[in-house]
Write a protein that binds this ligand. Structure first.
Ligand SMILES: [Zn+2]
Length: 674
C-alpha cells in the first residue's frame, strides 16, 4: 500500500489527506523524507559546480521540502490531538531531527560553499530578500561554531551538551519541588474561599490522594488561594513555599545548576567571539544589544514602581483596617488587591460570558480582517484531523489567499495553551505555495445544542492567535525560511498583540458581543467597565515582570558570570529599588524561562518589547482617528505583515510608523502614565 504522506496531495487546496493518513504512515514517511533531504544536502556539499546562490542556498531550501511537508502535518496533529502512539513518534523523531540538524551545521564542505558566497555577496547581484537569506544562513552556521577549529570546536560541543543536561535537570528539580509540597485545608479554611477555589482544592486533594482538600504549588491553584484566603498565616506559608521552589536544599536545589549554567553560557559566547552571552543572544533580535534592552526596561520600571508604591499605600491601609499590623507583605498583595478590584471594578464573569459567543467572536475577527485587509472567509468542507476542526478558505478580490483552520475546543488529547502554526508556509521558490494556517485554543466545549461562550480573556486569546495567523496568511516572500512568523523572537508577538487591540475598539464589541439568549447588544455601561478593568493592578504586574527581566539580562550581559547568582539577584533588586511587598514574577531557582534551556535566556524582556511596539503601532490608528484607516492598514500589510523575516524588524517598523517605537503608548495603555 502506498504511503499517502509521500504521494502528491491531490486534495482541496493541497491539504494533508487527513482521511487517508494513519499513525503508521508517519515514521516511514519521516525516514524517507529525511534520507532524501540528507542525500540532497550531501549532493550540494560535494558538488563540483562553482557555488552559486541557486545551487547552494536555494538548493538547501528545496532539499527539505518533503520533510517540511510531512512534519507540518505530523506536528499539527501531534500537538492538537495527541495519542500515546503519536507521543512515542515525537520522542523517536526528536533525536533523528536534531542529529540531522547538527550534521548539516557541521558539514565543512557545505559551510565552505556558504562562506565563499558570503565573501562574494556584493558581486552576486542578489535581490534584497536573497541577500537577507544568505546572511541568515551564514550567521546560523557561524553561531553554531562552523568557523571554530580544534580545541575551540570540541569545547563548544562539550559546553553545549552540558548546558542541555543542566537545562533538563533544572526543569526536573522544579517539577519535583512543585509536586512534593502541599498544604492541607480545614473545612473552615475552605468555607472562606469562593466555590471555584474550594473546588480546585478538593480536586487537588483527590488527585494527590491527600485525604482532604489541599493547596498545591500549581499556579492555577496557588494564585487564586493567595487572592482569596483571608487567613494571613496560611497565605504566608503558601507564598513562602511557592517562592522557595528550587532552593530547598538537597537533590532538587537549582542554585548550583544556575551558577554553572551562567558560567558555561559566558564561555560559549566567548568561544564564538562575543563579549557576553547577552550579546550573542541579542544579535539575532530586534533589540540587538543589552543596552537597548536595559534602556527599554528602565523606562518602564520607574513609572511602574511609582504606580505600585501608590497602590501599596492603599492596600496597606485596607490591611490595617482589617486589624492586621506591620507593613504589607508579598503574601498580602494579591488578597487586598482582589478586595479592591471587587470594590472598584466589580465584573461578574457569569454575566459577561453570555455576550461573548465563540461564533460571534470568530465573526468579529474575520470582520476586522476584512475591513483592514479586504480578506474574505468562506467555510469549506474537507477532511481534517479531528471532528471539532473548522476550515475556511481565505480569499481577496476572488483570489485564493490561504486555508485557515480553527481548532477551538479543549480536549484531553490537546496540549494546554493556545497557539498558531503553519502546516504549510507561504513561499514562491517551489511554486506559488499558499499557506495552511491553524489556530488551536482550549475553550470549554458547550453541551450539545448550546452556543460556546468565552471569557474576555478567551476572546483576547482568539484575537491574539488570529493576529499570528494573519502574519502567516499575508506573507509575501520567495523563501520559506523567512516566511510569515519566521522573524526575531522580540518581533514575532507584534502582529498578534497588535490584533488584540481591535477587540478593544468599542464598535467591534458593540456589534459582535450579543447575548446568546436574547440577541441584545452588551450594555454600554458593562462594555465600559470591561475595558476599564484591563489596566487594574498594572503597577504590580509590571514590577514583578520587569524585575525578572532585568535580573535575566544582567546575569547574561557580562563576561564574568556571577558565581553566586542569588547574591547577584539581591544586588540587582537593591539597585533598582524593588518594593518590599512585591516578589519577582520568577526568581532564579525557579526561573524556567531562563534556565530550563536557553529559549528565553536574556530574552525574557521580549514580552515587554513586543508590548511597547504593539501599543505604539496601534496608536498610529488612534492618531489617524480611525481604527480601520485604509491607508494605514495597507502600510501595515506592506511592511510588517507581508515581509516575514526578509527585512530587518527595525527597518520594517520604521517603514510602518515613520520612527522607532516609544514607551508612551504602553504606559498609557497600562495606566502608568504620569
Ligand atoms: Zn503569541
Amino acid at each position: 500500500m502506498t504511503n499517502p504522506l509521500l504521494t502528491a496531495w491531490d486534495t482541496p487546496f493541497g491539504l494533508p489527506p487527513f482521511d487517508a493518513i494513519e499513525d503508521d504512515h508517519f515514521a516511514p514517511a519521516v525516514e524517507k523524507a529525511l534520507a532524501d533531504a540528507r542525500a540532497a544536502i550531501n549532493a550540494i556539499a560535494t558538488s563540483d559546480e562553482e557555488p552559486s546562490f541557486a545551487n547552494t542556498i536555494e538548493a538547501m531550501a528545496l532539499a527539505e521540502g518533503d520533510l517540511d511537508r510531512v512534519l507540518g502535518a505530523f506536528y499539527g496533529v501531534a500537538g492538537a490531538d495527541s495519542t500515546p502512539a503519536r507521543e512515542a513518534l515525537q520522542r523517536d523523531f526528536a533525536p533523528l531531527l536534531s542529529a540531522f540538524g547538527s550534521e548539516v551545521s557541521s558539514n565543512k564542505d557545505l559551510f565552505a560553499r556558504i562562506e565563499s558566497l558570503w565573501q562574494a555577496r556584493d558581486t552576486l547581484d542578489l535581490t534584497d530578500e536573497q541577500a537577507m537569506v544568505l546572511k541568515l544562513t551564514h550567521r546560523s552556521f557561524v553561531r553554531q561554531g562552523a568557523e571554530l577549529e580544534g580545541y575551540a570546536s570540541d569545547r563548544l560541543r562539550d559546553v553545549t551538551a552540558r548546558l542541555s543536561v543542566l537545562g533538563t535537570q533544572f526543569s526536573q528539580n522544579l517539577l519535583a519541588d512543585e509536586r512534593s509540597w502541599f498544604m492541607p485545608l480545614s473545612e473552615d479554611d475552605l468555607a472562606a474561599l469562593p466555590d471555584f477555589v474550594a473546588d480546585a482544592a478538593r480536586a487537588a486533594g483527590e488527585a494527590g490522594d491527600h485525604g482532604g482538600p489541599v493547596v498545591t504549588l500549581s499556579r492555577s491553584l496557588i494564585v487564586p488561594f493567595l487572592q482569596f484566603s483571608p487567613n494571613r498565616a496560611l497565605r504566608e506559608r503558601a507564598y513562602n513555599a511557592w517562592t522557595s521552589r528550587g532552593m530547598n536544599g538537597g537533590d532538587t536545589d537549582n542554585r548550583d545548576l544556575a551558577a554553572e549554567t551562567l558560567a558555561l553560557r559566558a564561555e560559549r559566547a566567548n568561544l564564538l567571539g562575543y563579549d557576553s552571552f547577552a550579546d550573542f543572544k541579542l544579535e539575532t533580535e530586534m533589540a540587538k544589544t543589552p543596552q537597548a534592552v536595559r534602556d527599554l526596561l528602565m523606562q518602564v520600571w520607574e513609572p511602574a514602581r511609582t504606580s505600585a508604591e501608590a497602590d501599596q499605600t492603599k492596600l496597606q491601609a485596607m490591611m490595617h483596617n482589617d486589624g492586621a499590623t506591620g507593613p504589607l507583605e508579598p503574601w498580602d498583595w494579591r488578597y487586598y488587591s482582589e478586595k479592591r478590584r471587587q470594590a472598584e471594578h466589580d465584573l461578574d464573569e457569569s454575566v459577561i460570558k453570555p455576550y461573548l459567543q465563540l461564533d460571534r467572536m470568530i465573526d468579529a475577527a474575520f470582520d476586522c480582517a476584512n475591513r483592514l485587509f479586504g480578506l474574505e472567509f468562506s467555510p469549506i468542507d474537507a477532511p481534517t484531523y479531528h471532528a471539532d476542526v473548522r476550515l475556511w478558505e481565505v480569499t481577496r478580490d476572488g483570489q485564493h489567499v490561504a486555508v485557515f483552520m480553527g481548532d477551538y475546543f479543549a480536549r484531553a488529547s490537546k496540549r494546554s495553551g493556545a497557539w498558531c502554526m503553519a502546516m504549510r508556509s507561504q513561499q514562491r521558490l517551489a511554486g506559488d505555495i499558499r499557506p495552511i494556517v491553524v489556530n488551536v485554543c482550549n475553550f470549554a466545549k458547550p453541551a450539545a445544542g448550546k452556543p460556546a461562550l468565552l471569557s474576555y480573556d478567551d476572546a483576547r486569546t482568539l484575537f491574539h492567535e488570529f493576529g499570528h495567523a494573519l502574519h502567516q496568511m499575508l506573507s509575501d516572500v520567495t523563501y520559506a525560511s523567512v516566511s510569515g512568523t519566521s522573524v526575531a523572537r522580540d518581533f514575532v508577538e507584534l502582529p498578534s498583540q497588535l490584533f488584540e487591540h481591535w477587540l478593544e475598539v468599542p464598535e467591534v464589541l458593540t456589534k459582535y458581543a450579543t447575548h446568546a439568549d436574547t440577541g441584545d447588544a452588551m450594555p454600554a455601561e458593562m462594555l465600559d467597565r470591561l475595558l476599564a478593568a484591563s489596566t487594574y493592578d498594572m503597577g504590580f504586574q509590571t514590577v514583578e515582570y520587569v524585575a525578572s527581566a532585568l535580573v535575566d539580562l544582567e546575569f547574561h550581559a557580562t563576561d564574568d558570570a556571577p558565581r553566586d547568582p542569588m547574591q547577584r539577584q539581591a544586588e540587582i533588586l537593591e539597585e533598582i529599588g524593588m518594593p518590599h511587598a512585591i516578589g519577582m514574577r520568577h526568581a532564579t531557582p525557579h526561573f524556567a524561562h531562563v534556565f530550563s534551556g536557553d529559549g528565553y535566556s536574556s530574552g525574557y524582556y521580549s514580552y515587554m518589547w513586543s508590548e511597547v511596539m504593539d501599543a505604539d503601532a496601534f496608536d498610529a490608528f488612534t492618531e489617524a482617528g480611525d481604527a480601520f484607516d485604509p491607508a494605514l492598514a495597507k502600510r501595515l500589510e506592506d511592511t510588517v505583515l507581508s515581509s516575514g523575516g526578509s527585512v530587518e524588524p527595525d527597518v520594517l517598523y520604521t517603514a510602518f510608523r515613520g520612527r522607532m517605537p516609544g514607551v508612551d503608548a504602553l504606559l498609557r495603555g497600562r495606566g502608568l502614565a504620569a
